[in-house]
Design a protein. Structure first.
Length: 277
């Protein structure tokens, strides 16, 4: 690949302002989540008197704590959706770049012969990258495996929307096979050899529960791509899928920054409480 692309994306001035856009975009998303949680909490605490120790008040306070926990889970589910999407995009972009720039004849023959198998291998490898992101990069401690599986199903829908966007907005037919491939993954998630209506209903409920997060990531990544392509920081010449991946990497970095800020704030609160005691 031409080094001009590497130099372009590593230019610290362009990268810094794009990171600022990603950071404030994330703050808007988190603000919407906290705003909804605050609305529910205010409704719950409308008639709550802090000096009243009745059973009703204790129940109300307990419910408020549950709301805070659920808000934390919503935030982590959104983080998981971003990480899952980044992981898939990373290996799809790698697949695209290899397919585009593989010029060595001997390797090209092998690539053309086994490209479908390698694509499946890349998809499986994305699971390991996803695990690395949500365990080491930003540990997500409130989500159970079932919740993560539901989020990854949503990310598959998100991938299909991205490919449809590339297909019809940029009239790029290179991703038709990927659209069919991911559509097959979604169908396989709902219909399989031991299919039951109970499992199907549960999957649909989980999907419906996470639809607001799908809308949020569409708005967030849409903002990033619109700003990036409009200002020419994201380039179409290196492949739209690669540029979308770069936008998601900046989103990941913003999540890491916010996570570190909030962790430092929590640790500072704990130290102050210990100092008072």
């Amino acid at each position: 690949m031409n080094n001009k692309y590497v130099a372009h994306y590593l230019d610290w001035q362009n990268a810094t302002w794009f990171l600022i856009v990603a950071f404030f975009g994330l703050l808007i998303v988190l603000g919407l989540i906290f705003l909804d949680a605050g609305r529910i909490a205010d409704k719950n605490d409308t008639d709550c008197d802090p000096s009243d120790h009745s059973e009703k008040t204790r129940h109300s306070r307990k419910k408020s704590r549950i709301i805070r926990l659920e808000t934390c889970q919503v935030v982590e589910r959104f983080y998981e959706l971003v990480f899952s999407s980044t992981s898939i995009l990373f290996f799809l972009a790698a697949y695209y770049l290899i397919d585009r720039f593989m010029n060595i004849r001997e390797y090209r023959i092998i690539w053309d012969r086994y490209s479908d198998v390698l694509l499946m291998a890349f998809i499986f490898m994305s699971v390991f990258l996803n695990t690395l992101l949500d365990h080491c990069f930003v540990p997500l401690r409130t989500l159970n495996p079932g919740q993560k599986a539901s989020i990854r199903l949503v990310s598959t829908f998100y991938m299909i929307l991205i490919f449809l966007y590339i297909r019809f907005i940029y009239n790029d037919t290179n991703y038709n096979e990927l659209i069919i491939y991911f559509a097959g993954l979604v169908i396989g998630r709902f219909i399989y050899f031991d299919f039951t209506w109970k499992d199907f209903s549960q999957t649909m409920r989980n999907l419906w529960e996470n639809l607001p997060l799908l809308l949020l990531i569409i708005l967030y990544s849409g903002l990033m791509c619109w700003v990036g392509f409009t200002t020419k920081f994201l380039l179409k010449s290196n492949g739209v899928i690669v540029s979308i991946l770069i936008a998601h990497l900046f989103m990941d970095i913003s999540i890491f920054i916010v996570h570190c800020i909030l962790r430092h704030k929590r640790e500072d609160i704990v130290r102050r409480k210990k100092h008072r005691n």
